[in-house]
Design a protein. Structure first.
Length: 365
């Protein structure tokens, strides 16, 4: 398949860039998937052709992430935002408390949903420092009867990321990894549950990945609606009802691409190199650009920065758009600039952005 295609420098925060390999494979198979005479969007989710896609994606996830056999791999709809509700619905029983470590807007949203279902508390928060770093947990004491501790592994809006995950004994740890799934090696066994909306590193929107320890799943409440019980998905291989078949198909292609290109260790190396390019452009600018996150908490997925005044920011974003850079405006809640450099964003896009940042600075200093 040729790579000679005019593609934007896509730095969107999500939905975000997809590997060209996956898009081209989908293009060739759109009208006729493997001689069926049907698109994946048209075929039965009970048929052997789709079953191969579905189970293939699960097998690839288990292989790439080294997911132990005592974990279920589930495909759910509703995005990570639905998980904000499903988690407390299933695991925040009467007399128990949910602990939420706040590192940004998405952890705030998860906390707000949990409050609707039970008692919650915040053992640590970075809010007072405008979420410019991951809180220090060295002196945190968790309250008795804590059902789980919830974290957000990467914070897209503020550009911070957990460099080391908390070591918590005897309390289940749950992580929203929507924006850095597959971007670096993760020891799944440290978590009771990991979840991720697909539309940043895994595939298109429409499917949410849930990786959940079987023993933790067994503690879930039994009185929730059918489609809001994790057991429904686990007992039916995520096929109780029609899943988001085409999103899972693309996810499968993304996973194939990851495997064929060295797996997660290679992706992690490339991601580190991409981030280093952009942080160097910021750090060597003598204050023309400045990052939001403290160095020790910097994200490898979302490089968030500002310019020395707002008029320059506007000019920067306008000129960047004219030169083919897409998605560089910061989140509407904080403004500024943001380059989301997920797995599928190629190194050449980051090199081009670094060069543009340096040229713009030279012209406007």
């Amino acid at each position: 398949m040729t790579n000679d295609i005019n593609r934007a420098f896509n730095f969107n925060a999500g939905p975000s860039a997809l590997p060209l390999y996956a898009l081209q494979r989908a293009q060739t198979e759109l009208l006729d998937y493997k001689g069926t005479g049907m698109s994946v969007m048209e075929m039965s989710h009970r048929g052997k052709e789709y079953e191969e896609i579905h189970n293939g994606a699960i097998a690839l996830l288990r292989e790439l992430m080294n997911i132990p056999e005592d974990y279920e791999i589930l495909f759910i709809q509703g995005g990570a935002s639905l998980q904000f509700s499903m988690i407390p619905m299933n695991f925040l029983a009467s007399g128990k408390k949910g602990a939420y470590i706040l590192t940004g807007s998405w952890s705030e949203k998860a906390l707000a949903e949990a409050k609707m279902f039970g008692e919650v508390y915040v053992p640590a928060s970075g809010k007072d420092n405008k979420y410019n770093s991951i809180p220090d947990l060295s002196s945190v004491a968790y309250e008795p009867d804590t059902a789980y501790v919830h974290i957000t592994s990467n914070n897209t809006i503020y550009g911070t990321q957990w460099q080391q995950f908390p070591e918590i004994k005897d309390i289940p740890l749950i992580a929203d990894m929507s924006s850095d799934m597959l971007s670096r090696p993760v020891d799944v066994s440290k978590f009771a549950m990991i979840y991720a909306g697909a539309q940043k590193n895994l595939g298109p929107s429409g499917v949410t990945l849930v990786i959940i320890k079987k023993s933790f799943l067994e503690t879930a409440g039994k009185n929730n609606p059918t489609m809001l019980r994790y057991s429904t998905y686990a007992e039916n291989n995520s096929l109780y009802n029609t899943p988001p078949c085409y999103s899972i198909y693309i996810l499968n292609l993304v996973l194939q691409y990851a495997k064929e290109n060295g797996g997660i260790p290679t992706l992690a190396k490339l991601n580190s190199e991409k981030a280093a390019m952009l942080y160097k452009a910021i750090d060597s600018s003598d204050g023309f650009y400045f990052g939001h996150a403290k160095t020790e908490s910097r994200s490898l997925m979302n490089v968030v920065f500002r310019l020395k005044d707002e008029e320059l920011e506007k000019a920067f974003l306008l000129e960047a758009k004219q030169k083919g850079f897409v998605g560089l405006a910061g989140h509407r809640s904080v403004g500024g600039c943001r380059a989301s450099i997920y797995n599928a964003v190629p190194q050449e896009a980051c090199r081009a952005l670094k060069q543009f940042m340096e040229d713009f600075r030279e012209k406007n200093s």
